[in-house]
Structure formats: structure tokens, C-alpha cells
Design a protein around this ligand. Structure first.
Ligand code: FAD
Ligand code: MLT
Ligand code: ZN
Length: 474
């Protein structure tokens, strides 16, 4: 089916629905919606529409469907795979104005939030009830509920609470033709057919526009202890991570930064890590070379009562593996340790435009991957610099790759690394999604039969192919 054009009649119709202030077509006004956070993916759009509620979203979609205009849904635009920006002249549907938070349902420990509510606002909204959102990530000030469900976002607490799909107990969405589907009762047990929330989680804007989500919440664990542990090898860090998962019941986050990435983030922050990885030198500057093998873990325990003894005892049992350790209890000191992990993405972005390869490995192949991937990168592009970090507790490594002087590396790096991941039995997308960045590699993880089933679902819900047409599905 051919796609339609944005004309004065359509703009007039959309203006009638959302108001002139929320239909943008001046390129100066639409530019910020057309480039992604990494600056790697940039396009242009004839139109940005900013509905204010579900009814407006439904009316907008109905008009766009009648005019056969393809659309990219957008939340906070913090996605890292080029899925939230118009790369082929699509209209952009910005969902940020749907930012209402309904009262916390304390009886059910649940809350219903608009798709445009940021994670930070959601966290602040539920905190007074002694409850927390199960997913946390460094883009919390901008990432929205709709985008986080659409990408099935992971982040730092997946090992305790699961990713975003596991938080969703209800969903409201607008389908491609403007139909509203709403199932927000939040019944914990509800076997009345297909799970539309589960289906929309990870659908990356290709199956429906999420307008409201109902999340299951978790009791806040206010007492925290955080350790920064240094290791001489990735294998030692992986073994220690497995041991901590077995021994610390209150384990809340288990993150890694490898040599190279640690050197970059330390320079960015202007601070040397308090524990050194190589040659047991506390406070020594990390090496720029990821292949030298050093690694750091950040392990955080969180509970209702002080978990520092539990974490401390577990760290002592790792004496044969850990070369250096620092433990912090008060919020400022813990934050100083977290800075070495939370600022890696920003430090890389300040250094250039990376290719971001977010992958998961089976536990048994994780150390082999971390040791082997720098050579795989350099074989594909000798000038490329691999920077490794991630959520080691759930097997998720972020392989970011910079070219010389901050330029992009060769595309050959992406296919070489993702093929290596698939050979080791891993997933080419742990938490960021496929977007446009990995579209051509999806076959590495999905069979033809699976892709055919994906296509059938897409055609059933979006027969004209108007929703994010260049994302996820090859
Ligand atoms: P956007 O970027 O706007 O969109 C992402 C995708 O969702 C697109 O395909 C878009 O079309 C679709 N979409 C957006 N809103 C809707 C909607 N209402 N309905 C339907 N589809 C929609 N991700 C992680 O998983 N874990 C991390 O630890 C993590 N850390 C990050 C740290 C930094 C510094 C940055 C910049 C990003 C990080 N991310 C992380 C990536 C990003 O924050 C997540 O992918 C997040 O879920 C995107 O939310 P968003 O609102 O910005 O979505
Ligand atoms: C993170 O965990 O910091 C982001 O998901 C990773 C990235 O920037 O690649
Ligand atoms: Zn991540």
C-alpha cells in the first residue's frame, strides 16, 4: 500500500484535534525530534504531533491512518537504536504530554501512569507510599513510561525485579487505525486471553501507541550498601558476580565497567577510581586498553535493615578473586562509587559517536566474550576502540565502539561483534531493542518461522504498516 502525504487538509484536521501549538511543521521546531540521543541517527519529519490524552491520540491516529501517513512514536527520545526518530520522513507522535500520574493504589501496590511520565517523576510519585518502580536506569530524567514499556527497558535492577515487561499489570494503547484497547484493572491473576501488555512490551512502537501503563510496585528497600571491587581479569569478575548472586539475598544491582571504559569515565569525571584493577595498585589510573583485562564490579545490596554485614561478608569470601575493594554506606559516598558506572554512557558520548552493541551472553560464555571481543572489534576495524561495561549480574554487556578521533567505526564492527555473540549463544539485543540499528541482524537470533509469526502479528494489528515502519521487523 502506498503511503500518503502531509497536506494542508491533514494539518488542519490535526490542528483541530490537538491545537495549533501541538502540531509542529517548522523545521526549526521539529529538528530536536528528528535526531536521537547518540547523534548517530538523524532524519527529518514534515510533522510533529503532540496529543494531550488518549482520546486525542486516538483521533490523531485515525486521521493519520485515513491519510496513510506513517508515524514514529516518541517518548523521551533516549532510545539508543535509532527507533524513536523519523529516518524516512515519517510523522512523529510525541507522547510526552501524557504525563498524568494517578494516585498510588496502596492496597494493590500498583499505579497507573500516562505514557509521557518520566521515570524520575514516576519514582518520586510512588516514593511517599513506601513503594518503588522495579526498573531504574541512568536516563531516568527523560525516559518515559511509554518508551520504557515499548523497549522493554532493563537497567540496573533486572536481577531483582525483572525488566519493564515484568512490571506491567495493565496497558492502554491506541492501535494503528485509532481503536483504543484498554485493560488497566491490574488483576494479578487474569487469564482471559492474550496478554496485550506483554505483547506491546518490546514492540518498539510497531504494534500500537501506548497511552497509559499500570505498573506493579515493590516495597522500597531504604538501607543500602555499595561495594566497588577491582579484578585483574574479566573471568575473575564473572566468577565473583556469580558468587555474589548466590550469597547476597539483598543484592539489588551488580554492574561492571571494564578497563578502557573505566579509563574514559575516570578522565571524564576527573577522578581516579578508589580501587585499582591491575597489579593491586589502589588509586592507580586505569589503562585505555580494553584488552588489558582489568575489571570493576559495583555491587549494591538494599534491604529494610542494614545489609552492609551481608555484603561485607560476601566480599570477604571473594578474597582470592578481588584485588582491591571499597565499600560505601552513606548516600554521598555510594553516589561517588556509582558515578564510575552511571557516567560511562555520557563519557563515551562526549568522546564521539559510538556504535552501541548491547548484548547478553550465557553465564558460561561471558568471560570468554569479554576477553575475546576487543580482538573481534579490531579485526573488523583496526582503528576502532571498544569500550565495555554493563549489567554483568544478568549477563548484559554493553560493547560501545568509537572510531578514531570520535568518528563512527566501520559498520563491519557491528556485524562481526553480533555474529560473535550469536556464535556464543547470546542475544544481539539485551535491553535496548532492535530499532533500525540492528534490523539487518535480527536473523542471527530469530528463525524464519519466528520472523514470519512476527510479520503476521504486525499485519493483524497494523495492516497498512504505518507504525514505525522501519523499525524491528526486517
Ligand atoms: P524513546 O527513545 O522515545 O523511544 C524508544 C522506542 O519506543 C522507539 O521505538 C519508540 O518508537 C517507542 N515508543 C516511545 N514511546 C512510545 C509509546 N508511547 N508507545 C509506543 N511506542 C513508543 N535502556 C535500558 O534498557 N537500560 C539502561 O540501563 C539504559 N540506560 C540508558 C542510559 C542513558 C544515559 C541513555 C541515554 C539511555 C539509556 N537506555 C537504557 C536507553 C533508553 O533510556 C531506554 O530505551 C528507554 O526505555 C527509552 O525511553 P524513551 O521514553 O526515551 O523512548
Ligand atoms: C547503560 O546501561 O548505561 C546504557 O544502557 C548503555 C549504553 O549507553 O550503551
Ligand atoms: Zn544498560
Amino acid at each position: 500500500m502506498s503511503t500518503g502525504v502531509v497536506d494542508a487538509e491533514l494539518i488542519g484536521e490535526l490542528t483541530g484535534i490537538v491545537g495549533a501549538a501541538h502540531v509542529l511543521h517548522d523545521p526549526e521546531m521539529t529538528a530536536g525530534y528528528s535526531i536521537d540521543w547518540t547523534r548517530r541517527f538523524a532524519g527529518a519529519t514534515p510533522l510533529v504531533i503532540r496529543p494531550g490524552d488518549t482520546a486525542e491520540t486516538a483521533a490523531v491516529m485515525s486521521s493519520l491512518a485515513a491519510a496513510r501517513v506513517p508515524v514514529v512514536p516518541q517518548g523521551g527520545n533516549t532510545g539508543l537504536v535509532g527507533g524513536s526518530v523519523p529516518l524516512a520522513g515519517e510523522a512523529v507522535l510525541s507522547m510526552r504530554r501524557l504525563d498524568g500520574c494517578e494516585p498510588v493504589d496502596e492496597l494493590a501496590s500498583q499505579v497507573t501512569l500516562g505514557a509521557g511520565v518520566t521515570l524520575a517523576d514516576a519514582q518520586a510519585h510512588v516514593a511517599a507510599s513506601g513503594l518503588s518502580v522495579g526498573v531504574d536506569l541512568a536516563a531516568r530524567d527523560s525516559a518515559t513510561m511509554g518508551g520504557m514499556v515499548a523497549t522493554n527497558a532493563g537497567g540496573i535492577n533486572v536481577l531483582r525485579y525483572g525488566a519493564m515487561r515484568a512490571q506491567v499489570v495493565g496497558i492502554e494503547a491506541v492501535l494503528a487505525d485509532g481503536t483504543v484497547v484498554s485493560h488497566l484493572a491490574g488483576l494479578e491473576k487474569d487469564n482471559t486471553g492474550y496478554d496485550l501488555g506483554g505483547l506491546l512490551a518490546g514492540s518498539e512502537g510497531t504494534l500500537g501507541i501506548i497511552t497509559r501503563v499500570r505498573l506493579r510496585l515493590h516495597p522500597t528497600q531504604p538501607e543500602r550498601a555499595t561495594a566497588l571491587l577491582a579484578f585483574e581479569t574479566a573471568a575473575d569478575a564473572v566468577s565473583a558476580a556469580a558468587a555474589l548472586r548466590r550469597s547476597v539475598a539483598a543484592l539489588h544491582a551488580l554492574e561492571a565497567v571494564f578497563e578502557g571504559a573505566m579509563a574514559l569515565v575516570s578522565r571524564h569525571l576527573g577522578v581516579t577510581p578508589p580501587v585499582g584493577s591491575l597489579g593491586k595498585k589502589s588509586g592507580a589510573a586505569p589503562s585505555d586498553d580494553a584488552a588489558t583485562g582489568g575489571a570493576w564490579l559495583i555491587a549494591e545490596a538494599a534491604a529494610r535493615t542494614d545489609p552492609s554485614d551481608e555484603l561485607g561478608a560476601a566480599v570477604e569470601e571473594l578474597a582470592d578473586l578481588v584485588v582491591d575493594a571499597a565499600v560505601a554506606l552513606d548516600p554521598a559516598a555510594r553516589q561517588r562509587l556509582w558515578a564510575f558506572r552511571e557516567n560511562v554512557t555520557e563519557a563515551i558520548s562526549a568522546a564521539g559517536i559510538p556504535h552501541k552493541l548491547d548484548v547478553t551472553l550465557p553465564a558460561a560464555r561471558l568471560a570468554e566474550f569479554v576477553d575475546g571481543v576487543p580482538d573481534v572489534v579490531r579485526a573488523a576495524d583496526p582503528d576502532a576502540q571498544p569500550l565495555l561495561f554493563g549489567h554483568l549480574g544478568d549477563g548484559n554487556v554493553h560493547v560501545n565502539v568509537l572510531g578514531p578521533d570520535g568518528a563512527e567505526p566501520s559498520d563491519a564492527v557491528d556485524s562481526a561483534v553480533l555474529r560473535y555473540v550469536a556464535e556464543l549463544g547470546g542475544s544481539i539485543s539485551a535491553e535496548h531493542g532492535i530499532g533500525t540499528a540492528k534490523l539487518s541482524q535480527l536473523h542471527l537470533n530469530r528463525t524464519e518461522a519466528e520472523l514470519a509469526a512476527f510479520g503476521a502479528i504486525k499485519r493483524a494489528l497494523d495492516p497498512a504498516g504505518l507504525l514505525n515502519p522501519n523499525v524491528l521487523l526486517p
